[in-house]
Design a protein. Structure first.
Lengths: 368, 372, 251
């Protein structure tokens, strides 16, 4: 027991010694939380608008000022020449061009009808679609203010209710995602690389000839990373609650239990990698390509799985991070209990057993 | 000159000697460029709708048909039990639930208005928001049709109306993949240029071969150039492979202005390899270099306008985005591939990227110490 | 080769000192090494010999004192120093993933040799080392002794005035060590000064003159025969033991 303690302490010192790496380990989740929480949003804001006003009457001036006043758009220029609009769109100096036709006021007052052209840079389809919705809404308001709201019969109203996330914050989706990714980096990448490094440096042989059970040695390498992971989970949760104001609606013990199971899964994967290779670079590559990328792609937090082609959707089911992500989401955001997540947790335990079995078998072979 | 040429030869030999690394350099970007755009589709579609019909009228049935026929929605679950809604949302069997109240049809006709309940799973804010907006759209359309059944609508509307005619340029089918492919290609170029050059030098540090270099009379700039040029050339190979994949797999035809992207990439790679070299000056092991590079990649990618627009960011984040070289590469790639931008269109970006490149390489040479 | 004033000395140091914070790694050492001499630099681990050598090769800036190598001031003109020296480090520094001749070509390039010169040097080297058959082999596949001999040959291929060898025979078997020293003698006969650090005392016997470092200072310097008689010792091993047992630091 003392032996084990000594080994674990040695590993902890090892980790604490490399300040730069440690800094990055804490820097990644903190930077992600801050960026996702404050810098990244799918809101449409300050879109550069070029007004092509061919009417030059009071109505067109009023409509233009309405567009400019909204926080969605910034009028960055005026022109009469639609060609200039096209050039600006191509150069990216404008994202959208609104063309107000000649005799706009006259057409409305006397002809009862006017068309406004809206040219959008469609390279980003979501942005273009949202811009169109907003322009339509502003134009409708303008029309209603000029002529009064039309009294329409048989009005169907909709009373929408935004469940779980009424302010529609983006942070709700990615806090569990950041957790999944960080745990993957520490448990799988760092663990496998640090074990393989001992092999590269020849320290592993020393352990194998010592009277200590080699599995104990491996185990003592995993423990500090387990502790580091739990610490980082706590940091992420504290940041989410205090800085991002993302609630923890469910049971916090259950949250830690699920995280703990996922940490074990990732650690056993890291162990399995370390038993199949002797080179740091290969261990890095397997961890990055075999795990990080699938985690990012199929974890469910970066890319919407339901939009993927069917084969990719099927593949996503074997990525452990996906089950972790959905469980954390259910507990934290939806406030559901064990009954909602136990199947996924069992699945994660199953994964751990498989990875551990692989490591153990490879280890035996090596010793024989 | 011979010295420099021989240094280059040695770098290329080492790159081509290790088949595992070579495969990685060429195969990974190609595979990623093939698969990632399929995954990175943020278009909101296939929204799962649950309907609770407590009315069972002609109107409720035709409203349901409307959702069934809409390309945005998928009718996932249906019930007449009021309590189902929450369960569906919890289990993600539905993204949103529309509840048609009892006597919906008769209320609408008798009282001239009626209200539908809409409950949305808004954990993903964007999806929830757009889902609700699209739902309102479908309901409004349905509303219009009902009115038309009762009146010949336009004739009873003497008031003026304004139509907005939207024209979306450069991406006629609103294809999200088209939008993502150039951006992902820019990221892959950055990874190869920045990551590999950093790891390369740190490896020489770990092995101790860098010491032998430091006692030799070669100049700092020769050393830096010797490391820069191979990865610079490698970048062009990756770019070309990437453009072929974009065309063959994703159907993005290289226009007549395609040469412009090579010109831009030439400058960009200088900047990003310079960054890799700078990074290697501050790290001593490969593991460390990899973690630090990973950290910067994360910030570069997230603050580049690849996923979210720079205009939507708060001022401090915009400032970072404007000194982030990837911002300009992503935009330039999109401008050339999707809009056929001319060199004149690219000029402002070219200027900035040249400035960033000069600063980074100057710092790299300055902080590289042959002696301590 | 050297145009400077101190034409008779290859290396001359005066009160050369290196401090790392409070720690004085090299403490005011002064010595001279003649042209074509085999000069041994002895000391226990941590005595400061590697630090001294790193200053002389231009890898480290001295804190105070001065040193001229091949007639150039190491503090003000390290790049000229580098053009006139060869260096073989303790850490093995050939590229394992390059072939034998590729390594030769690369290092020749670093020292500004022309392709023709490199080709000729490669042929000669392969002949001298008896490695003609191994020219195309990856360095990682060579036995350690061969690697060391190859590294040495590469360190002198550009005909430097001085070659610095940092514990060149670590981990090598006795026969190879013997061959290695034969190469050193051969090189010295060609007029190249040899500056070698070692902690093998039998190797010290091979040197013409030695300096013994203890705790950053030079405790004794002179011909091996002079030192042995001065300390009434039968071997350099005894001389070293007498001087080094008072050492307070080791790595």
């Amino acid at each position: 027991m003392n032996q084990l303690k000594a080994f674990i302490l040695k590993e902890i010192f090892h980790i604490l010694r490399d300040r730069k790496t440690l800094l990055v380990l804490f820097g990644i989740p903190v930077a992600q939380i801050i960026l996702f929480g404050f810098a990244l949003s799918n809101e449409v804001k300050n879109t550069r608008l070029l007004v092509c006003d061919q009417a030059h009457d009071s109505y067109s001036a009023l409509l233009t000022s309405r567009l400019d006043a909204s926080r969605y758009f910034d009028v960055t220029g005026y022109t009469e020449n639609p060609e200039k609009g096209l050039a600006d769109l191509r150069a990216g100096t404008a994202h959208m061009v609104v063309v107000i036709p000649q005799d706009f006021a006259g057409k409305l007052d006397h002809g009862n009808e006017a068309n406004i052209q809206l040219l959008t840079d469609g390279t980003n389809p979501n942005l273009a679609a949202t811009i169109q919705l907003y322009v339509q809404a502003i134009v409708n308001d303008f029309r209603n203010d000029m002529y009064g709201k039309p009294d329409l019969p048989y009005e169907i109203g909709v009373s929408p209710r935004m469940l779980y996330n009424p302010q529609l914050k983006g942070s709700y989706t990615f806090v569990p995602g950041v957790m999944a990714m960080v745990l993957m980096i520490i448990c799988t990448l760092m663990t496998s690389v640090s074990i393989v490094r001992e092999k590269e440096l020849g320290n592993m042989e020393m352990l194998l000839v010592s009277p200590m059970n080699p599995m104990t040695a491996i185990f003592s390498k995993a423990v500090p990373y387990l502790m580091l992971s739990l610490l980082l989970v706590t940091v992420i949760l504290i940041l989410s609650v205090t800085v991002l104001e993302v609630p923890i609606r469910g049971n916090i013990l259950l949250l830690y239990l699920v995280s703990f199971v996922f940490i074990i899964t990732s650690l056993s994967f890291g162990l399995a990698i370390s038993t199949v290779t002797n080179s740091q670079q290969v261990a890095m590559l397997i961890s990055l390509m075999g795990l990080m990328l699938p985690t990012l792609m199929f974890g469910g937090f970066m890319f919407p799985i339901e939009n993927m082609p069917l084969p990719l959707q099927v593949v996503s089911n074997i990525v452990p991070a996906k089950w972790f992500y959905y469980s954390i989401n259910d507990i934290m955001i939806k406030g559901l209990g064990l009954s909602a997540v136990y199947q996924r947790v069992l699945l994660l335990i199953g994964y751990s057993a498989v990875f551990l079995a692989i490591s153990f078998r490879n280890f035996k072979i090596r010793l024989a | 000159m011979t010295a420099f040429f021989l240094i280059l030869k040695k770098e290329f030999r080492q790159i081509f000697r290790d088949p595992a690394i070579l495969r990685l350099i060429f195969l990974m970007p190609v595979l990623q460029l093939i698969i990632l755009p399929f995954a990175a589709d943020y278009e909101v579609k296939n929204i799962k709708v649950g309907i609770i019909d407590l009315d069972h009228s002609d109107y409720s049935r035709s409203l349901i048909t409307k959702f069934e026929n809409s390309s945005y929605f998928k009718l996932a679950v249906y019930s007449s039990d009021h309590h189902q809604a929450l369960k569906w949302l919890e289990k993600e069997e539905a993204d949103l639930v529309i509840e048609i109240p009892p006597r919906f049809e008769s209320t609408l006709i008798r009282e001239n208005s009626a209200t539908l309940q809409l409950v949305v799973n808004a954990v993903n804010g964007t999806k929830g928001n757009l889902g609700a907006a699209y739902t309102s759209g479908v309901i409004q359309q349905f509303n219009q049709e009902i009115r038309k059944d009762w009146f010949e609508f336009p004739r009873f509307n003497p008031e003026p109306f304004i139509t907005v005619v939207p024209i979306s340029l450069y991406n006629p089918y609103s294809d999200y993949q088209r939008f993502m492919v150039p951006g992902i290609l820019a990221v892959l170029l950055t990874m190869t240029g920045g990551f590999l050059s950093a790891l390369n030098i740190v490896k020489e540090k770990e092995l101790g071969t860098i010491e032998q270099l430091n006692v030799s009379p070669i100049r700092k700039y020769q050393f830096i150039l010797g490391k820069l040029v191979p990865f610079w050339l490698l970048g062009f190979v990756i770019l070309t492979l990437g453009l072929v994949v974009s065309y063959v797999v994703h159907g993005i035809a290289p226009g007549t202005n395609i040469g412009n992207i090579y010109i831009f990439t030439a400058l960009y790679l200088l900047a990003i390899v310079g960054f890799g070299l700078l990074l290697s000056n501050f790290t001593s092991t490969q593991q460390q270099a990899m973690m630090v590079a990973f950290f910067f990649m994360l910030i570069f990618i997230l603050l580049s306008g690849l996923y979210t627009t720079i205009e939507s960011m708060p001022p401090w984040a915009q400032k970072i985005a404007y000194i982030n070289p990837l911002t300009y590469m992503v935009d330039a790639m999109r401008m050339v591939l999707l809009k056929g931008a001319t060199l004149r269109d690219l000029l402002p970006h070219l200027r900035v990227i040249a400035a960033i490149g000069i600063v980074l390489n100057f710092l790299a040479i300055w902080t590289y110490h042959k002696r301590s | 080769m050297s145009t400077a004033l101190l034409d008779t000395w290859s290396i001359e140091t005066r009160d050369l000192t290196k401090k790392f914070g409070d720690f004085t790694a090299v403490d005011r050492i002064s010595f001279k090494v003649g042209k074509g001499e085999i000069f041994g630099f002895l000391g226990a681990n941590g005595a400061g010999k590697t630090t001294a050598m790193r200053m002389l090769t231009g890898l480290l800036n001295p804190t105070s004192g001065s040193a001229f190598v091949a007639g150039y001031n190491i503090a003000t003109d390290p790049e000229s120093v580098k053009r006139n020296i060869g260096y073989m480090s303790q850490k093995f520094s050939l590229y394992q993933d390059l072939r034998v001749w590729e390594n030769i070509e690369y290092y020749g390039g670093l020292y500004g040799m022309s392709l023709k010169e490199i080709r000729e040097a490669t042929g000669r080297m392969m002949e001298d080392l008896g490695m003609n058959a191994e020219k195309n082999v990856l360095v990682s596949e060579l036995p350690l002794g061969w690697k060391q001999k190859l590294a040495f040959s590469i360190a002198i291929m550009h005909h430097p005035g001085i070659v610095f060898l940092d514990e060149p025979t670590g981990g090598v078997d006795p026969i190879t060590r013997r061959q290695f020293w034969n190469m050193i003698y051969q090189t010295a006969r060609e007029g190249i000064t040899i500056f070698v650090t070692t902690h093998y005392m039998d190797e010290a016997e091979y040197c013409e003159r030695v300096a013994i470092m203890v705790d950053g200072k030079i405790e004794a310097i002179g011909k091996t025969s002079e030192l042995k008689s001065a300390y009434h010792a039968g071997s350099m091993d005894e001389v070293f033991y007498l001087l080094a047992r008072g050492a307070t630091r080791s790595e």
